[in-house]
Design a protein. Structure first.
Length: 314
């Protein structure tokens, strides 16, 4: 209602879109935040819309701007993960892209309706919604941060797609590029949800996947590419590089990250409940590298999840 009155067109993304098409019952799918896509020229107007809904801008990353409830500052505790007692944040995107692992794959043009109206809009098609789920999963697989709910989302939506929808997806060419990354999340979905993806679709998209990535991805298990993988990798997902130069650029970004990347990491860590109890993000990057090599420390998010599980045990 507020967005319609302000003339701002929004697309409700991922979990909110899946709820809207009744793939889940109300309250069934866990969601820690609401994702919205807005045109860059509408960002200021959208900020005013969200302020009118009781939200204020909290911080920004290169991926999105995060809005929190105005009363969030008075809340003293937040549960780790997606919990009913946690306040729901809103993440506003002006583009949808994933670095795989350095060069971004941008699908924004596939997700914005051609004739978007003021207020909330759906994805242009079921195929474009699937494309977004797959890109988000691919980015998380590359970063070793996949969640099973993401593969579950893909399997449920796949059951709704007709042959024309799959044809539309296979024909999509973000920025004119091949869908070289799509086969990996689809293949991993079939590993845990057999027969969920048409075999002919898998066969066609497999041909677009680079040989090295295809070979290594065939060995992926959820425990390898999710937060369950407790060890910090020096170069997580380097196999997604499509050239030697890209691999070197990715390794360089890990060894000597830019100042803004370090600032973003620190800012993001500050909003993870309990992260201050583990002094990982507070130490110099060079010291973290040495610990990667010699001490093999556990990942902060994984350790926090284990601690939270133990604390809630009877």
């Amino acid at each position: 209602m507020h967005a319609r009155g302000a003339g701002v067109a929004l697309v409700a993304l991922k979990g909110a879109a899946l709820l809207a098409v009744d793939l889940y019952s109300t309250g069934e799918r866990p969601m820690g935040d609401i994702d919205l896509l807005v045109r860059a020229l509408d960002t200021q107007a959208n900020s005013r819309v969200l302020e009118g809904c009781g939200y204020s801008a909290a911080f920004s990353t290169r991926r999105h701007e995060v809005f929190q409830p105005l009363n969030m500052k008075v809340l003293t505790t937040c549960r780790l993960g997606e919990h009913i007692e946690n306040p729901i944040t809103i993440e506003v995107h002006t583009k949808i892209a994933e670095r795989l692992p350095v060069n971004p794959v941008d699908i924004t043009g596939l997700l914005l309706p051609g004739a978007a109206h003021a207020g909330l809009n759906a994805y242009p098609s079921a195929a474009s919604l699937m494309m977004h789920l797959l890109l988000h999963a691919a980015g998380n697989i590359r970063a070793r941060a996949l969640r099973l709910i993401q593969l579950h989302d893909v399997s449920l939506l796949a059951a709704r797609l007709a042959s024309d929808d799959w044809e539309e997806l296979v024909a999509m060419r973000p920025d004119g590029h091949a869908l070289w990354w799509v086969w990996v999340p689809l293949m991993l979905t079939t590993r845990y949800y057999p027969a969920s993806i048409p075999s002919e679709v898998l066969a066609r998209l497999r041909l677009e996947c680079p040989w090295l990535l295809r070979t290594l991805a065939q060995r992926y298990r959820l425990a390898d590419v999710s937060w369950s993988n407790i060890r910090i990798a020096a170069f997580p997902g380097v196999e997604w590089s499509r050239s030697g130069w890209e691999a070197l650029a990715f390794m360089s970004s890990r060894i000597s990250p830019r100042t803004e990347a370090l600032s973003e990491l620190k800012e993001g860590a500050a909003h993870i409940p309990g992260s201050s109890s583990i002094p990982w993000y507070g130490i110099p990057h060079a010291a973290r590298i040495l610990r990667w090599i010699f001490l093999k420390p556990p990942r902060v998010q994984t350790l926090l999840s284990v601690r939270a599980a133990l604390a809630s045990a009877p």
